[in-house]
Design a protein around this ligand. Structure first.
Ligand code: DLL
Length: 440
């Protein structure tokens, strides 16, 4: 039984508008954004010229596929402020995220951008059941990362009380959870599980806490993991999605009807494209998620490829909202492991592991190469009660998990059950894959 939901709708006008109304709003904002980008952002103007598109060619949302894509390399090549569409002096804040390209992706916000971010976060938090007056324990990192300061300021707009704990110092987190009794916690799903472990270790029962809602995101997680977090912290868990380049958390969040994530598409227009051809894919097909953040002033983006893999669904949701929904993001196209030619996602392995009570949701995937062949080893922690079991039972579990992973993914992964609490923990995003294959 899942805990009852406290969900409500922050902005019915924006979240429940008809398809025609949405298309009208999106078209107006898109046209305006294309003009601003063409005028003020040299990299994008060049891209449009190369493709032979002019602002006048974009007359409505239907023309979106005519526009060129943008990508994380545009942030690298225009580091730090070359992606701005306004003078730098008009910014009120800057955030950044580290990229796989080595250079940070720097994103500037005007006062209106911060206000827009607060608005979409209020939609997400209300959807997740945050009420006016609630204490919101924010254990996402504060700083350049958007997870801390974004929700922090949005709490004031919603009328909730932010507790700016930031990440780390888990003992103090637990003290606050137990003594101040916040109703809401926001952190990465892996950190939520770490907190649950620490509570258990300290012999603190979940009934001593007062958590009702958890808003988790910033990394891929499965429904199995959601169930564990809900059970262990006695709360209702919601999936919040976002990326720094588009604003941070709050690009979308699931409602209480399903795990699908409603996208705030009046501001962030989503598309799903074929990773090979760039063609826009129809509803329900797996592809890369692309956003046009048409209302942003500081760093607006047109057709920015997130490389996150998901599917999109349209139509009215049982919650009453009409905004398009994406499936839980299961991985990034560039997170994908190619093992002996087979595409495998860490989330596939996680789904198998979490279906078994003998193991805990703490695991690491090691990739190396022996005699030019890829080898996969998954270290996963045993459940403390199973840990005391016989070697034979442990080995049998290892073989059983190997069999299930093989039938799920088509690859052989060696499973090593390790002692409880022996793998490193993360206070932010968890790095699950250690790839040694290309090291000399
Ligand atoms: O992770 C923003 C955020 C903070 C989202 C707090 C949610 C909560 P970045 O550091 O720029 O921004 O990383 C963005 O993280 O492209 C996805 O690959 C991944 N990601 C974010 N949210 C989810 C989620 C923040 N709910 C990248 N599920 C994105 C799966 C997610 N992956």
């Amino acid at each position: 039984m899942r805990r009852e939901s406290r969900s409500w709708i922050w902005n019915p006008k924006a979240e429940c508008m008809s398809d025609d109304e949405r298309a009208k709003v999106q078209s107006e904002r898109l046209i305006n954004c294309v003009n601003r980008m063409y005028e003020h952002v040299p990299y994008y103007r060049k891209r449009m010229e190369e493709k032979g598109v002019e602002p006048g060619d974009i007359k409505s949302i239907a023309d979106l596929p005519k526009l060129p894509f943008s990508d994380k390399f545009d942030f690298r090549d225009n580091y730090p402020f070359g992606t701005l569409a306004v003078p730098r002096t008009e910014l009120v804040r800057v955030h950044a995220s580290s990229g796989t390209t080595g250079k940070m992706k720097v994103v500037g916000y005007t006062a209106n951008d911060v206000e827009l971010w607060n608005e979409v976060l209020c939609r997400a938090m209300a959807r997740a059941g945050v009420q006016k007056g609630d204490l919101v324990h924010i254990a996402y990192g504060y700083g350049l990362f958007t997870g801390g300061l974004g929700p922090h300021f949005a709490c004031a707009k919603l009328g909730a009380v932010a507790i700016p704990v930031s990440g780390g110092n888990t003992a103090r987190q637990i003290q606050i959870l137990r003594e101040w009794k916040p109703e809401v916690i926001m952190c990465t799903p892996t950190y939520a599980l770490h907190i649950a472990d620490q509570l258990q270790e300290a012999g603190i029962d979940k009934s001593e806490l007062n958590l009702k809602t958890g808003i988790f995101g910033a990394e891929a997680w499965t429904t199995e993991m959601r169930d564990q977090i809900e059970e262990r912290l006695n709360l209702r868990a919601f999936d919040i999605y976002g990326l720094t380049e588009v604003c941070g958390p709050g690009v979308g969040c699931c409602c209480d009807q399903s795990d699908l994530i409603h996208i705030e598409s009046d501001h962030f227009i989503p598309e799903i494209v074929d990773p090979e051809t760039g063609e826009t894919l129809p509803e329900g097909q797996l592809g890369e998620l692309v956003f046009s953040s048409v209302s942003k002033e500081g760093v607006p983006l047109l057709r920015y490829n997130t490389h996150d893999l998901t599917r999109i669904y349209y139509g009215k949701c049982a919650c009453g909202r009409t905004s398009p929904r994406i499936e839980k993001v299961t991985g990034r196209a560039d997170d994908m492991m190619i093992i002996r030619g087979v595409n495998v996602f860490p989330s596939q392995i996680e789904a198998v592991l979490l279906a078994h009570s003998e193991v805990e949701p703490h695991y690491l995937i090691y990739l190396d190469r022996v005699n030019n062949l890829d080898r996969v080893t998954v270290k996963v922690e045993m459940n403390p009660s199973f840990f005391s079991d016989s070697i034979r039972a442990i080995e049998a579990t290892e073989r059983m998990l190997e069999g299930e992973i093989a039938s799920m993914t088509g690859i052989h992964a060696k499973i090593k059950l390790v002692e409880p609490r022996s793998l490193p923990r993360s206070e932010g995003k968890m790095k699950r894959v250690i790839d040694e294959r290309f090291k000399k």
